[in-house]
Design a protein around this ligand. Structure first.
Ligand code: ATP
Ligand code: MG
Length: 400
């Protein structure tokens, strides 16, 4: 099927005024970023919809495959065009039907006759096209209310446009329309999902990972790099800050009683994340914490961890069940990487019985015997920063 263009409908239609303008600008830029390898794509944005065209047919096909990943799109439709000649209209209608699964589907034709000089009236064109389609696809059933296939025909002065599919988009808001946050990215299942959820609300991400060689291997770092790379496939560069964490973990192990060392580790991670956040101009910190999942994720623990900063901490998974989180991880393609068996710095240093209800005053008391500030400063300074997607890579290869 040769498509003329793609009609894109915006998500979150409630955004108004200046916000709407920015929404559209971000969406336009993100589409250009995601499709740099398709040089002939042109974007034409209107107030309440957008058209994408290309002189190259293959580019349009590629676009149809990839558009469902772009945030801020409610739905989109490939549009075909032909002349006002009725033969041409019939032929195009059949070609569109040919590209669809029509078996036992409900069907109607909708006509919008914008060019009033067109020789047939609306009803005549509608019945002419519908009866021809039904002759060729006898299993279709006509249904005027919410049919599965609505073949829409719009007659304009210069051409006739036709479409039948409404393909769902990713929804959400265009990346960049809600600022930047720093994602605490472990190698697990949860944090990539948390990052994805913030990205879907238009938040650009940097990611931070705490790495403790030789207790955690190069493989476990590569796994996190893979996850950061996969997140960048949703339409924006993701920078990963890898923090050398070994010395701090050893020092915690030596200085802090076992049953609260986990809480202290989290608190120091949070302090480091907050410093990096400040340096990169991000406004919030994102984690994959989910209430009650493990000892460090009780309300008492979260309170003790939270106490080190007044920066907003976003925990989009806080009320979600693990199985629902896994479903999203599968959907966004991070699950298979997340379940690779490489060790995490926290699991290695996890004491056998961490306190599930640590008292903040107690934790602060134990921490007061050791000044971690110098170690924290060094860790921030000595971090390694890696950008994804890697240059020259087709960012979408793995996902398709
Ligand atoms: P995940 O599946 O994201 O690893 P989890 O269920 O294993 O989460 P925890 O190990 O308690 O839970 O981690 C809670 C959150 O703390 C993670 O979701 C992540 O945001 C952050 N985190 C844990 N370990 C690290 C790490 N090594 N580097 C960066 N962030 C981390
Ligand atoms: Mg984990």
């Amino acid at each position: 099927m040769k498509w003329e263009k793609i009609l894109v409908r915006y998500g979150e239609l409630s955004t108004k005024g200046k916000n709407r303008k920015q929404f559209i600008n971000h969406l336009r830029n993100n589409i250009k970023f995601s499709f740099v390898d398709l040089p002939n794509i042109k974007v034409h944005a209107e107030r309440d919809r957008m058209f994408l065209t290309s002189s190259d047919d293959e580019e349009i096909q590629e676009l149809i495959k990839r558009l469902p990943k772009i945030f801020g799109i409610q739905s989109f439709s490939p549009v075909a065009s032909c002349t006002q000649d009725i033969e041409d209209i019939q032929k195009t209608a059949l070609e569109i039907m040919e590209s669809l699964d029509t078996e036992d589907k409900t069907f109607r034709v909708t006509v919008k006759r914008t060019d009033k000089r067109f020789s047939m009236d609306t009803y005549e064109l509608q019945t002419t096209v519908a009866s021809n389609v039904l002759r060729n696809y006898p299993s279709l059933k006509v249904q005027m209310k919410k049919p599965e296939i609505d073949l829409r025909i719009e007659v304009l002065a210069d051409a006739v446009y036709m479409m039948a599919q409404v393909i769902p988009g990713a929804g959400g808001m265009p990346l960049g329309s809600n600022g930047r946050s720093l994602l605490m990215l472990s190698g697990g299942i949860d944090s990539p999902v948390a990052g994805y959820m913030l990205m879907k609300r238009g938040v650009r991400l940097d990611a931070i990972h705490f790495h403790s060689p030789p207790f955690t291997s190069e493989r476990s770092k590569e796994k996190v790099m893979d996850l950061a790379n996969q997140l960048s496939h949703f339409g924006a560069t993701v920078r990963l800050h890898v923090i050398p964490f070994t010395e701090i973990q050893q020092s915690i192990q030596a200085q802090i009683p076992d049953n609260v060392s986990m809480t202290t580790t989290r608190r120091i991670m949070m302090k480091i994340a907050d410093q990096v956040r400040l340096e990169i101009g991000a406004l919030g910190i994102v984690t994959g914490e989910s209430l009650g999942q493990v000892a460090s994720q009780t309300l008492e623990s979260l309170t003790a961890i939270n106490a080190v900063t007044s920066t907003p901490i976003f925990r989009p998974l806080i009320s979600m069940d693990k199985l629902d989180i896994i479903d999203i991880a599968r959907e966004i393609g991070t699950y298979d990487t997340s379940i690779l068996p490489y060790e995490d710095c926290c699991t290695i240093f996890t004491p056998s019985c961490p306190k599930t209800k640590p008292k903040l005053e107690k934790v602060e008391f134990y921490e007061s015997f050791k000044d971690f500030d110098e170690l924290i400063k060094e860790a921030v300074e000595n971090r390694e920063v890696i950008s994804f997607p890697k240059k020259k890579e087709n960012a979408f290869e793995e996902l398709l």
